[in-house]
Design a protein around this ligand. Structure first.
Ligand SMILES: [Ca+2]
Length: 157
């Protein structure tokens, strides 16, 4: 069963982060995967400027990913979320795709599905563009030292 790593960049703009529930689904020309909750236990996902990675395992979709669908539950205060871009990587083959949302702000009024308005969810279907030369950025992690100050390391997302 194919495994994909989804890497999502939350924009570094004021109010970009969210605590809303975010789900993702990959679609090939033939089939759509089930929805996956993007939620790491004990971790605050999708904060301003963050780079977050999630590994999902789908059934065989009959072909390469062509779209990444993102759905967000708009519950909670300050739910709106600014998604800058996504990278999808097929783990076994190293094939990569990049996607950019048509509307970076995920908010009910920008839903691309008029039938959902004004429900509590918003979703966008992002076309994916194949580019195996993409270098997946590394996440900068700040480590505080016990007596003040700190240092930054770069880690795999
Ligand atoms: Ca969050």
């Amino acid at each position: 069963m194919p495994q994909y790593k989804l890497i999502l960049k939350t924009g570094d703009v004021h109010g970009a982060g969210t605590d809303a529930r975010v789900r993702a689904s990959i679609r090939s020309r033939y089939q759509q995967s089930r929805w996956f909750d993007l939620d790491k236990p004990g971790y605050d996902d999708f904060e301003q400027g963050d780079l977050d990675g999630y590994v999902i395992q789908t059934t065989y979709l009959g072909g390469d990913p062509e779209y990444l669908n993102i759905e967000m539950d708009m519950s909670g205060l300050g739910a709106a979320w600014y998604l800058d871009w996504v990278i999808v990587e097929e783990i076994e083959t190293g094939k990569k795709w990049k996607g950019t949302p048509t509307y970076h702000w995920f908010d009910v009024e920008y839903s691309t599905n008029p039938y959902e308005y004004p429900s509590n969810t918003t979703s966008q279907s992002m076309p994916l563009e194949r580019d195996d030369s993409i270098v997946v950025p590394r996440k900068k992690v700040y480590h505080e030292l016990p007596h003040g100050g700190g240092y930054v390391t770069e880690e795999e997302v």
